[in-house]
Design a protein around this ligand. Structure first.
Ligand SMILES: CC(C)(COP(=O)(O)OP(=O)(O)OC[C@H]1O[C@@H](n2cnc3c(N)ncnc32)[C@H](O)[C@@H]1OP(=O)(O)O)[C@@H](O)C(=O)NCCC(=O)NCCS
Length: 157
């Protein structure tokens, strides 16, 4: 299982990956649309198969994680990707790493908080807005919870 940086050649695969797992070839967070070509990222792979993917963007001294996916839960892939991006943030002299998850994603809320992230903001009803751009976002999300809000988590470096 290796981790490497995404390259320009990975863009079609990245777009396809997002369509398959997130229902569209772009991400939306706090009202902002993020497209693959704007982002950097890391991929965990074995025998050329993608097992995990993290994308991010750096603005000034802040690094935003724009997506994180692991296709083999509980094997350390998510942790490896998060450790890598935090290392990247330190190398680029960022003072804050932050990300958005949704109110239904109890698994992710636990995962990030166990790794030192803190809840900082709720964008109430943000997913109702995002649904206008991504109509296939379900009304009921994970854990049978109505999918409505974005929650911002941060780690201060
Ligand atoms: C959140 C997510 C990325 C976590 O990825 P993951 O690969 O399962 O993460 P890890 O394997 O590193 O950690 C999960 C658990 O497995 C355990 N684990 C870690 N390494 C392990 C290893 N080598 N062997 C066995 N278990 C391990 C960890 O203890 C961890 O539990 P903890 O959080 O209580 O510490 C994944 O669940 C996912 O892709 N979810 C769907 C998409 C999503 O919600 N993304 C986030 C949106 S913001």
């Amino acid at each position: 299982m290796d981790i490497r940086r995404l390259t320009h050649a990975d863009l079609p695969h990245l777009r396809q990956f997002w369509i398959e797992y997130w229902g569209a070839g772009f991400m939306v967070a706090h009202g902002e649309i993020y497209r693959p070509e704007q982002l950097s990222g890391f991929v965990v792979e074995a025998d050329d198969e993608w097992l995990g993917l993290l994308t991010f963007i750096i603005n000034g001294h802040e690094l935003e994680v724009t997506s994180l996916d692991s296709l083999r839960a509980g094997h350390g892939i998510g942790t490896k990707l998060m450790n890598k991006v935090i290392e990247e943030a330190r190398e680029k002299a960022c003072t804050r790493v932050f990300l958005i998850t949704t109110n239904d994603n109890l698994n992710a809320l636990g995962f990030y908080q166990r790794r030192g992230f803190e809840l900082v903001k709720i964008y109430r009803g943000a997913i109702n807005e995002t649904r206008k751009l991504k109509p296939n976002i379900p009304l009921i999300g994970e854990n049978s919870i109505p999918l409505r809000d974005e929650i911002e988590l941060e780690m201060i470096l």
